[in-house]
Design a protein around this ligand. Sequence first.
Ligand SMILES: Nc1ncnc2c1ncn2[C@@H]1O[C@H](COP(=O)(O)OP(=O)(O)OP(=O)(O)O)[C@@H](O)[C@H]1O
Ligand SMILES: [Mg+2]
Length: 247
Amino acid sequence: MSKILAFTNQKGGVGKTTSAANVGAGLARAGQRVLLVDLDPQANLTKGLGLLDAEHNVYGALLGEYKLKAYPLRENLALVAGSPALSGFEKVKGDELDREFLLKDLLEPVRERCDYILLDCPPALGLVTLNAYTCAHALYVPLEAQMYAADGLEKVLELVSRVQRRLNPDLSVGGVFFTRHDSRKVLRRETAEELRVLHPGLVMSSFIRESIALGEAPHLGKDIFSYAPQSAGAADYQALVAEILNR
Ligand SMILES: Nc1ncnc2c1ncn2[C@@H]1O[C@H](COP(=O)(O)OP(=O)(O)OP(=O)(O)O)[C@@H](O)[C@H]1O
Ligand SMILES: [Mg+2]
């Protein structure tokens, strides 16, 4: 039965999608059967992994227009495509009684066919993200080590405790990790240390360095392990995958 992990932070551009893609690819290379689900109307995960012509996406499946369709990408790795139409999800489904449980119901039948389901959340804490938190077992929060990074984390943690109480008692925070890390910048080093003091159990030991290859790979529709296996980005995501597997 699969474990559902969500990459989330309501702050934009912190590395959610990059992390979902590369942790997914890394887990698949480690022999885990992985399903990625693109929950962002920007559909960056879908485009960044080279799926440009998906006929069926998660939005249509959530609305019950067709069955959930997973597109195979490579061995052990498949993707449920995102869609710009997801931005209308809250408007269309916001009044339904079971509105927070639609994704959970949709994923239930595929859970026994994979080891991990990875959800790439949009940069907002709206109904789509609430659906992700309602079915997830663990949240992973990428943070850029900079001023106000902790604000993003506090908002996520607040929502987590509400969801735990009302919608999903099984939800936990798997970990917080730093992305686009530049050890030369003092401010980032200090933020990282501050957060380690505030939330000792949550901050993971792996962090992802700023790396040009990580920015380039999605433009070629590739994950970092196939695009630049010798890069710092590949090494960093490999370490993060190992840490996630051991949690
Ligand atoms: N470690 C890194 N080194 C260099 N570039 C990176 C790194 N991580 C992410 N990027 C680049 O930074 C940009 C934002 O990353 P990404 O799309 O993963 O963030 P996000 O949190 O998913 O953003 P959004 O909130 O818009 O969904 C992308 O162009 C990505 O390629
Ligand atoms: Mg994203």
